[in-house]
Design a protein around this ligand. Sequence first.
Ligand code: BTN
Length: 272
Amino acid sequence: MKLYLLRKITNNLRITEFQSGIIGQNLMIFSEISSTNDYLKQRLSKSEPLTEGSVILAVHQTKGRGQMDSIWKTRAGENLTFSFPLYPRFLSIQNQFWLNIGISLAVLKSIQEVLPKHDVSIKWPNDILINNKKASGMLIENSLKGKIWNYSIVGIGININQEDFEVDTQFSATSFKNEDKQHFDLDQVFQIVCKHLNHYYTELQDSENWDDLKQTYLDNLLGYNKIRSFRIQKSGFIQEGVIQNVDEFGQLCIQIDGRIEKFGLKEVQFIS
Ligand code: BTN
């Protein structure tokens, strides 16, 4: 077990002193854990109560998970890997994708704040790219009880100081350090991310009109209103199209040959 970063984090972080929002108000740091999402899932499925927004942060995950059963493997102590539970009962279950929009915007804005000179964008549905390379991914796992929310587990991975990556995704992986050629303080970045998470979660809770959030999401979405090539999984064809929208179910709406077609995860692939 490696404890060096755990000690560093616990010495330096004073989250409770200045963190006004709910996300980050409690912080539990594990030097090693299988997956922060799995930890929360197990705990919440046993009905062990946990305050909304309590963050489980791992110095090292041994079985980090990504979307669609992929693996999220990052080097110990060099990145941010954390999860927290939300109980967004103010959202109807038809509106689940709004949580994705809010969390994506929070991570996008955090990275833009730390790296103002770089091109930061969202790749649908919620990868965050720096200079067209993937620097962050999120795994949002919702549990419903009938027609009401039970809980949502939000897991976020942000590549900060890691310089090389084993698994190359379609959009090759990068980190803050690779793009900006300097070392970043994990504590500081984490505090900035919590600030934006709290801002956007409050926006979702308090706002009666989410059109502005949606427009900000679209304005930062890779390929929005631009002609791009896509591989359509069903047909196997590569087609040109223009992203027009993301609907209430989170489907990507692309105009292809004058018609709007809607796609779910893995049904369409960007051709860079
Ligand atoms: C993806 O892009 O495929 C999503 C990656 C999500 C990774 C984070 S790291 C913290 C949390 N714990 C996990 O096991 N996964 C998420």
